[in-house]
Ligand binder design. Structure first.
Ligand code: 13P
Length: 254
């Protein structure tokens, strides 16, 4: 059975005190995760070690970075490499979030390099894809998302794709309060799985955890996560409120 995952993406929010308080409140409710479930906290770089420390020894709870450099170590002021993340024992890194694609002009080629560097370092990518509103309105979202995935990931081996994590985040649903319906999410997630199945076979495709992101909250999580191809969520705004995120963790498929 593939992993069911509640992933928090704090983005560029919270001060250190607020971040510590949020982690402590969540950990009061969840000392560890049940078998087959994971909670992942993608936090700003300066908070990684604090979060890592609070999560150490707790089953199924992990820290993640929100980004890594597209190069190895060197004279790249302000960047953080996948090797540095590995050196801190950070197991996960978000790659290709739509905010990185849009505001920092990261294209599929850059994201290929980041993915390769993360995998080479032994840090598992949480690879994001998703279409903007005009693509959804034109009805070409399946082709659009397929291209994001094939251009950045299809050079990888079946072994590398086994157990991979994909996050589908329709851009029109991020931070807008507008969620894709659970049926829209399921339709895209099934399409994504079929794209991987065509290249890597059913067993590999079935091992991929595909998370939904875009205005997930405690109130809608169970409906969305209940769909057969939705394996949890990548959560922005609601991950900054302990009761909300705990509600989302509680909503993972049993
Ligand atoms: P919201 O949950 O705030 O819509 O953000 C989704 C997201 O971008 C998570 O990566």
């Amino acid at each position: 059975m593939r992993k069911q995952i509640a992933a928090a993406n704090w983005k560029m929010n919270l001060d250190l005190k607020g971040a510590e308080k949020l982690m402590d409140e969540i950990l009061e409710q969840y000392q560890e995760m049940p078998d087959g479930h994971q909670a992942i906290f993608a936090v700003p770089f300066p908070y990684l070690l604090m979060v890592q420390d609070k999560l150490s020894g707790r089953k199924g709870l992990y820290a993640a970075a929100q980004n890594c450099a597209a190069t190895g170590n060197g004279a790249y002021t302000g960047e953080v490499s996948a090797d540095m993340l590995k050196g801190m024992n950070i197991p996960y890194v978000i790659i290709g979030h739509s905010e990185r694609r849009e505001y920092y002009h990261e294209d599929n080629q850059v994201l290929t390099r980041k993915t390769d560097l993360a995998l080479a370092a032994g840090v598992s990518p949480i690879f994001c894809c998703g279409e903007p509103l005009h693509i959804r309105e034109a009805g070409t979202q399946n082709r659009y998302v397929e291209q994001q995935l094939t251009e950045s990931l299809f050079h990888l081996s079946a072994d590398q794709i086994t157990g991979f994590i994909i996050a589908y985040e329709p851009i029109w649903a991020i931070g807008t309060g507008k969620t894709a319906s659970s049926d829209q999410a399921q339709e895209m997630h099934r399409h994504i799985r079929s794209v991987f199945a065509a290249k890597y076979g059913d067993a590999v495709a079935g091992s991929i955890s595909i998370l939904y992101g875009g205005s997930v909250k405690a109130a809608n999580a169970a409906d969305i996560f209940g769909k057969p191809d939705v394996d949890g969520g990548l959560v922005g705004g609601a991950s900054l409120v302990a009761t909300e995120f705990v509600g989302i963790m509680n909503s993972l498929k049993k």
